[in-house]
Design a protein around this ligand. Structure first.
Ligand SMILES: Cc1cc2nc3c(=O)[nH]c(=O)nc-3n(C[C@H](O)[C@H](O)[C@H](O)COP(=O)(O)OP(=O)(O)OC[C@H]3O[C@@H](n4cnc5c(N)ncnc54)[C@H](O)[C@@H]3O)c2cc1C
Length: 388
């Protein structure tokens, strides 16, 4: 999609408007009710899938919209801005969809992409392990060849949405590359495989998507469960991680916009000393700061998406890290200012801004922590020595 450097194409702007319109028919109240009831947001997921927004970044011949990561990021941002953030959008169409579309065989694309696009077959993504944590080079989930099959063994932690996924894209390593620098290989593992199990990790924030520890005990997989080339796994993994960061940035930007928009409307009508509280600079200035921070992180996200869509993986990597960092910081600030500007109402369920505090905080930790982004920028952008 083309536009000038500082304005999105007309097509993208229309996409945003249409997604915002659809999301408004659900609204924050829908999500809050689902969280209270411990239910999934299946109706919303299906609605965006049916409208073609879920797989808007994926190739048309497999049920997608033929657009780029910037398009699916716009969908993710508009949903979050409308109070309907969908965490699994970061994972299913953006990470898993991008990796399979770029590196999967023709058969694999036909098998998995249509379900990812229309929402009928969600794919979770599992890289994090309890003992490796941030240091992905230390992952120990191992794939062993046995005749025509693969046998997978390992453990994963904080895997979002396994309970609502049909498959999980699991990052592992082969037996011959068991130690040393990570040479990852990626497998699609059906969640109903024998030997695949998971336990729920209770979290302190309310979201319809749940987190799980995953146990992979000698899961047998057919040869075609391996996505792409077993020796080119790192490039393939990075093809998924840039979209992940761009989507995480859009998710955070959307959360920030949601908090800001609610607060602007509240401070205009709330009167305490005979005038709306918005007339006090102590209220107005923090909101103006948040607006600037959101616009800046949005711009960086659009740059990262444009570079990725133009095939510049290296340039996109730097921009995606920066965008993710900036957007998470902006969202955390937005949530804090929102709660403070609402006074006591900021802590109520009715005004729905307190929950953004925790949701925005996740953006500083996942999918990559702010410290690891700073390490990356220090080392790659500034040429400083490696610090870890
Ligand atoms: C809500 C949520 C959803 C998630 N969903 C998924 C998912 O779907 N799939 C998946 O695979 N993972 C998922 N994760 C995992 C997430 O990516 C990790 O939590 C994250 O990468 C951090 O790893 P860790 O929790 O092991 O922290 P640790 O590695 O234990 O790090 C703890 C702290 O130490 C800091 N630290 C560590 N090393 C360094 C260093 N060298 N320099 C500076 N600071 C350092 C970190 O930045 C962090 O602040 C999710 C996490 C959350 C919270």
């Amino acid at each position: 999609m083309t536009g000038n450097a500082f304005q999105e194409s007309e097509e993208r702007q229309i996409l945003r408007q249409e997604v915002a319109k659809l999301a408004s028919t659900f609204g924050r109240e829908y999500i809050s009710k689902k969280i209270e009831a411990g239910e999934k947001t299946t109706e919303l997921w299906e609605a965006i899938g049916k409208a073609g927004y879920l797989g808007v970044n994926l190739p048309e011949e497999y049920g997608g919209g033929g657009g780029g990561i910037g398009d699916v990021a716009a969908v993710c941002e508009e949903l979050a801005a409308a109070g309907c953030p969908l965490l699994l959008m970061v994972v299913s169409p953006a990470i898993c969809g991008s990796v399979i579309a770029r590196f999967g065989s023709e058969e694999q694309k036909r098998k998995w992409l249509p379900g990812i696009c229309d929402g009928s077959s969600t794919m979770a993504f599992a890289i994090t392990e309890p003992d490796a944590g941030t240091n992905s080079h230390n992952i120990t989930t191992t794939a062993r060849r046995d005749g025509d099959e693969w046998v997978l063994k390992g453990q994963k932690i904080f895997i979002s949405g396994v309970d609502e996924a049909d498959n999980v894209l699991v990052v592992s390593r082969t037996e011959d590359a068991k130690t040393g620098k990570l040479k990852p290989c990626l497998f699609v593992v059906p969640t109903d495989s024998k030997g695949f199990s998971y336990t729920h990790i209770p979290m302190e924030f309310g979201a319809p998507e749940l987190q799980f520890q995953v146990f992979i005990d000698d899961v047998r997989l057919p040869a075609d469960a391996l996505v792409g080339d077993e020796d080119a796994g790192l490039i393939q993994l990075f093809a998924g991680l840039n979209p992940e960061r761009i989507m995480a940035a859009s998710f955070s930007t959307g959360l920030g916009r949601f908090a800001l928009e609610r607060t602007v409307s509240y401070v205009k009508q709330r009167e305490v000393f005979g005038a709306p509280i918005a007339t006090h600079q102590a209220i107005a200035h923090p909101l103006a700061e948040v607006k600037i921070e959101i616009e800046m992180s949005r711009l960086m996200t659009q740059k990262a998406a444009a570079l990725y869509d133009a095939g510049d993986d290296m340039g996109a990597g730097e921009a995606a890290n920066m965008a993710k960092y900036a957007a998470a910081e902006a969202a955390c600030h937005a949530a804090d200012v929102a709660v403070q500007s609402h006074g006591g109402m900021g802590m109520t369920k009715e005004y729905a801004v307190a929950n953004v505090l925790m949701a925005a905080r996740v953006g500083r930790i996942a999918p990559v922590s702010r410290e690891m982004v700073l390490n990356f920028v220090g080392m790659h952008s500034l040429g400083l020595p490696k610090s870890y």
